[in-house]
Design a protein around this ligand. Sequence first.
Ligand code: ZN
Length: 247
Amino acid sequence: MPTVTKDNDTGALVLFSGGQDSTVCLVVALDRYSRVETIGFDYGQRHDVEMQCRQRVRSEVARLFPEWAARLGPDHVLDVGSFGAISDTALTSGAEIEMLASGLPSTFVPARNLVFFTYAAALGYRRGLRVLMGGMCETDYSGYPDCRDLTLRALEQAIRLGTEMDFTIETPLMALSKAETWALAERLGGQSFVDLIVEDTHTCYRGMRGLRHDWGYGCGACPACELRARGFTEWQMLRARTQTATR
Ligand code: ZN
């Protein structure tokens, strides 16, 4: 393994979709690193709600937390439309969102995170950002094999070898349940950050923002909405129990 001098002022590049998980990740990065930039991918998603949400989330984080605003650098959006064209899934076409015989939802885009992190490494190389951060999680998740820690550790090795740069892939949510992710958000940015997640982030696979639930906007029925809603309820219950215990 080639060794590269590690500076103390390592910057981070966050894979940022405007969803709940990547928003929490963005704030973890802003809390840890002095220079943070974001990267987003336009691969022909069937709705552009995410793309609109990500700009709003970035500006709200900067408005509410001046200390983090000073660390937040530019946003980069890459057009990876050709990737969308070869991935015929419910996220990129009009197909129904359902569970397939493989045990994966029809929203699975094969190898998506491998492609995204590889692009992020190429950009991070140019921008001098050695930490690549993403909100992947293998506890409460849809079973996507490219979200697993083992997959991303292998990818990290491949990226290091392929660039001769000591990149690290950080996935701070990997071992957390959705309830724990809500708790982490509160710990990092208090109630105002929780409110920002509820109001401005987007998770729903169907791209619906008409219905407002206590956990945010969405259809309430797709696998992404179900995970987000269940996590929120569990976190609320946990919080109520803790408050009773400490009273
Ligand atoms: Zn939904």
